[in-house]
Write a protein that binds this ligand. Structure first.
Ligand code: CTP
Length: 405
C-alpha cells in the first residue's frame, strides 16, 4: 500500500477503517459504510472470519472499492496490512462490536487481522465502538468491565440501544441506529475547534395551552436548532439543547431538555445559561400565551373560544442578552418582509452579538426545509450566505460564534 504517502495530501477525504465483527447485525455495517461514504469519507474494511459467515468480504470489497483485510497474510498491496491500515485511517469504527472483540480489545489480544489492526490503532487514530449483542452478554460484568476499561482509554461508544434483539429477548444490546453511528464517527473526524466551549441552543416551536386539548403553536420544526446542536457537538462543544415539541432525534452527544411552553423554555434557558459560554436562540418562541388556560376542555358554544385573552411571553433572547456579560448570544429573525431592516432592529433591541436572518416566505428557507438561506447580521455588518444544507448553515453560524467567543 502507498497510503502513508496519501496522508500528506492536502484536502483529501477523511479515511475510516471499518472493523466488522461476527454478529447478526453485520449487515448493518454495509449501511454504516454507505453512510460514511455519503458523508464524504473513504472507507476500508477489515473483518473477522466470523463476520464473513454473516456477510461476504466481496460485499464490502464492492462497496468500499478496496480489498478487504481478512488475514494478516497475502493482502493485495501490503505485506503488513494491520500497520498500514491503522496508519492510513483517521478513525476506526467497530461494527457490530461483539463481546468477544471488545474483550480482546480491552486485553490487547491480537489473534486475527481485525484485532491486530485495532491494537495498532493506538496512537494512530481514535476508535469508535458500536456494540451489538444479546442483553445478557452485554450486561455480563465481564463485558461491562471491558467497556469501562476501553472508555477509560479514550475509546468512544455509540449505543447499544434497547429493544427487541435478534434472539427474541428484549433489552439492551441492540446495535445503535446507523445514522447515530455515522454521526459519532464523523464527530471523531471533525476538527474539535469548539472543545471546552459550553453551548446552549433552543429549538422548535412552543405550545401555549388554551385548555387541556387545544394549544397555540407555530410552523417551526426545530430542524435548524437541532442542526446547530449536532454541529456544535461534532466540533467538540458541550451542548445543551432546550427543545420545544419536536419530532426529531437527539443528536449524538447532546444533552436535551424537553419543554412545551414559552414560560418553560424561558426557565430552562435561564437556568442552563448559568453554566454556558454561549447561547443560540433559534426557537420560534410564541410571543403571546393564553392569559388563563382552562383546566377543562372549553365548550365552543358556551365558553368564549372566540375571545381568548392573551398576554405577552417573556423574551428569552433579550433576557439572556441582559445577563450575558462577556458571553456570546446569537438570535434569529424569521421574517417575511424587510428582512435586513427587521434583523438589524432586533440586533439592537435585544442586545445580541449576532442575528441570523432568514426569509421564511422563500421555499428554500421556510419552516421544515432541509436548506436555509440566511444573512448574518452583526455590529460588523451584514453577510449574506448562499442557500445551503442546514448542516452547512449551522457550521457557518458556529464559525462566527467561535470568532466572537
Ligand atoms: N425570542 C425569544 N423569546 C420570545 C420571542 C422571541 O427568545 N418570546 C427570540 C427568538 O428565539 C429569536 C428572536 O427572539 O432568536 C427573534 O424572534 P422573532 O420571532 O423573529 O422576533 P420577535 O422578537 O418575536 O418579534 P416579531 O414577532 O415582532 O418579529
Amino acid at each position: 500500500m502507498s497510503e502513508k504517502d496519501l496522508g500528506t495530501e492536502a484536502g483529501r477525504r477523511p479515511r475510516v477503517l471499518l472493523a466488522v465483527c461476527g454478529g447478526i447485525a453485520a449487515y448493518k455495517a454495509c449501511e454504516v459504510l454507505r453512510g460514511l461514504q455519503k458523508a464524504g469519507c473513504e472507507v476500508r474494511v477489515t473483518m473477522t472470519a466470523d463476520a464473513e459467515k454473516f456477510v461476504g468480504a466481496a460485499t464490502f470489497e464492492a462497496l468500499s472499492g478496496a480489498p478487504v483485510a481478512t488475514s494478516l497474510y497475502g493482502h493485495p498491496g501490503s505485506a503488513i496490512p494491520h500497520i498500514d491500515l491503522a496508519e492510513w485511517a483517521d478513525a476506526a469504527v467497530v461494527v457490530p462490536a461483539t463481546a468477544n472483540v471488545m474483550a480482546k480489545m480491552a486485553c490487547g489480544i491480537a489473534d486475527d487481522c481485525l484485532t491486530t489492526t485495532l491494537l495498532a490503532c493506538w496512537g494512530c487514530c481514535p476508535v469508535l465502538v458500536g456494540p451489538g449483542m444479546n442483553v445478557h452478554m452485554w450486561q455480563n460484568p465481564a463485558t461491562q468491565a471491558n467497556v469501562a476499561a476501553l472508555r477509560e482509554r479514550g475509546v468512544r461508544f455509540a449505543g447499544p440501544d434497547s429493544g427487541r434483539l435478534a434472539c427474541g429477548d428484549v433489552g439492551e444490546g441492540k446495535l445503535a441506529p446507523v445514522d447515530q453511528i455515522v454521526a459519532a464517527a464523523l464527530a471523531l473526524l471533525a476538527p474539535h475547534d469548539l472543545a471546552g466551549l459550553r453551548v446552549l441552543v433552543n429549538a422548535g416551536p412552543t405550545h401555549e395551552a388554551i385548555d387541556p386539548v387545544r394549544y397555540i403553536a407555530n410552523r417551526s420544526t426545530g430542524k435548524m436548532g437541532f442542526a446547530l446542536a449536532e454541529a456544535a457537538a461534532r466540533r467538540g462543544a458541550e451542548v445543551t439543547l432546550v427543545s420545544g415539541p419536536c419530532a426529531l432525534a437527539t443528536p449524538a452527544g447532546v444533552s436535551r431538555v424537553d419543554v412545551e411552553s414559552a414560560a418553560q423554555m424561558h426557565d430552562a434557558m435561564v437556568a442552563a445559561f448559568e453554566d454556558a459560554d454561549a447561547a443560540i436562540c433559534s426557537a420560534a418562541v410564541a410571543d403571546y400565551t393564553p392569559a388563563a388556560p382552562a383546566d377543562h376542555k372549553l365548550k365552543k358554544s358556551a365558553e368564549h373560544l372566540d375571545a381568548i385573552a392573551l398576554v405577552e411571553t417573556a423574551d428569552i433572547l433579550a433576557d439572556l442578552c441582559a445577563r450575558k456579560g462577556e458571553r456570546v448570544v446569537v438570535g434569529f429573525a424569521a421574517e417575511t418582509n424587510d428582512l435586513l431592516a427587521h434583523a438589524s432592529e432586533k440586533l439592537a433591541r435585544k442586545g445580541a452579538d449576532l442575528i441570523v436572518a432568514n426569509d421564511v416566505s422563500r421555499p428554500e428557507s421556510t419552516f421544515g426545509a432541509d436548506t436555509n438561506r440566511v444573512a448574518l447580521v452583526s455590529a460588523g455588518g451584514v453577510e449574506q450566505l448562499e442557500t445551503l444544507p442546514l448542516a452547512d448553515v449551522a457550521d457557518a453560524i458556529l464559525d462566527r460564534l467561535a470568532a466572537l467567543c
